[in-house]
Design a protein around this ligand. Structure first.
Ligand code: HEM
Length: 161
């Protein structure tokens, strides 16, 4: 049943067009560029929140200036990822590396919600102190780990069946 759904995606004219033309490498390039911006922005925020870099900058202003970059890049990464996914949907859906990547993306989303609702108020209460509360540092550490793991899982998709 689910497999039929993946196959129906592969049979879409759009999937055929992307898979058989220069659209595929174009989407792959866009995917890599967007995740560079995404990870770049996340890395700067996480290192600052952990107190490992940029201690001279206020964490709340770094968050407000960099999160829009991460959010925009996240949207482009998802669109380009989806464009590649539909060309081989059934194979990707059955691929353990792809499944792990999607599971980790879900966890990263939950961690972002934790950061927003728990860690960010703690950062503001701490008046942008150099060493931030433990909730904030934990969320930043988990974020670094999850995004590195997502990158590794993404890289392995083409090499695992
Ligand atoms: C937004 C967070 C995401 C990150 C950080 C990410 C990361 C990656 C990485 C590192 C690669 C390998 C690129 C390469 O070496 O050329 C990759 C490839 C790929 N990604 Fe993503 N990805 C994300 C979202 C998505 C989503 C949402 C989908 C699908 C719904 C997706 C589908 C794919 C596909 C189909 C490939 C090509 C795999 C292959 O054939 O080698 N990605 N991704």
């Amino acid at each position: 049943m689910l497999n039929e759904f993946w196959l129906s995606l592969e049979y879409l004219p759009l999937a055929g067009e992307i898979g058989a033309t220069a659209w595929f490498p174009a989407m792959e390039s866009l995917h890599v560029l967007s995740i560079t911006f995404l990870l770049g922005a996340i890395l700067m925020v996480d290192l600052r929140v952990l107190g490992l870099a940029g201690r001279a900058y206020s964490p709340s202003s770094m968050v407000s200036q960099l999160v829009p970059w991460a959010a925009g890049a996240f949207v482009v990464a998802n669109i380009s990822g989806l464009a590649m996914f539909i060309t081989r949907a059934s194979a990707h859906a059955a691929n353990p590396a792809f499944q792990i990547k999607m599971g980790l993306l879900l966890l990263a989303g939950l961690n972002i919600a934790y950061f927003h609702f728990r860690a960010m108020p703690a950062i503001l209460r701490a008046h942008d102190a150099t060493i931030l509360p433990i909730q904030a540092r934990t969320a930043a550490g988990v974020s670094l780990f999850l995004w590195c793991a997502i990158m590794l899982a993404g890289r392995w998709v083409g090499h695992v069946t």
